[in-house]
Design a binder for this molecule. Structure first.
Ligand SMILES: *Cc1c(COP(=O)(O)O)cnc(C)c1O
Length: 230
């Protein structure tokens, strides 16, 4: 029963991505769906893997480390790959594990972390796709680089830490229309020559696609609602 519900959620999200792309005159293959599986266990993730989804997002390194190696090994046996994205904040002391496990990190948000990631990437020879998180709402409690500091931070990643930044990520403030935040993120990316945009969640991924999102991070609409702690 639950399997059917989850597969339906995934199918609906996929169809909405195709429709949003068509409305925006974009190629649907230009948008990567990151299925955010945080708080859900292997039993909940399996049916989504079985439905052909192979890009997943997690927000905690420890949780991902406990959950994913076994799932990835099983997928490999079946001849399939898994791409794992870290969408949540990253503490510097977890950078080593994050570089070892993740194929993309969406939350590069401070110089100290950029420096640590650069060292781990050099040491491990792994090159996860990196996104700089922009705090588009200038929210003091939220992670991310302030929009006015973005150009300098992106330049420092490149010139000072030799860190290849692929794109930008944002999480709009909960009680505001997301469109201006997506537009601002896209504008900062454009003027810095960055091609990838990680923006849009369950409630607003179609809007994000209209503003150029290349990666939408969707949890609830695929897996159902999470316990409050997440
Ligand atoms: C949980 C989470 C998501 C997914 O949110 P939903 O509203 O469940 O789709 C996306 N991005 C980040 C950074 C998250 O932590």
């Amino acid at each position: 029963m639950e399997t059917t519900i989850r597969a339906d959620g995934l199918a609906t999200v996929r169809a909405e991505i195709v429709r949003a792309c068509r409305d925006a005159g974009r190629d649907p293959t230009s948008v990567t769906l990151v299925a955010v599986s945080k708080t859900f266990d292997a039993a909940a993730i399996e049916p989504v893997l079985a439905a052909g989804q192979h890009v997943f997002g997690e927000n905690r390194v420890q949780e991902a480390k406990a959950k994913w190696p076994a799932l990835i090994a099983r997928q490999k046996q079946r001849g399939h790959t898994v791409e794992l994205h870290l969408v949540g904040s990253l503490q510097s002391n977890k950078a080593k594990d994050a570089v070892a496990l993740f194929d993309a990190i969406h939350s590069v948000d401070r110089p100290g972390l950029a420096e640590t990631l650069a060292k781990e990437i050099a040491k491990q020879g792994r090159r996860p796709l990196l996104f700089v998180e922009i705090n588009t709402g200038d929210e003091p409690q939220k992670a991310g680089i302030q929009p006015r500091d973005a150009d300098a931070f992106i330049a420092a990643c490149r010139d000072r830490y030799a860190l290849a930044i692929a794109g930008l990520m944002c999480i709009p403030p909960v009680n505001e229309a997301p469109a201006p935040h997506f537009a601002l993120t896209a504008k900062i990316a454009r003027r810095n020559g960055l091609k990838l945009l990680s923006m849009g969640m369950s409630a607003d991924f179609a809007v994000a696609i209209a503003f150029g999102a290349t990666h939408v991070r969707v949890g609830t609409a695929i897996f159902g609602s999470r316990p409050i702690i997440a």
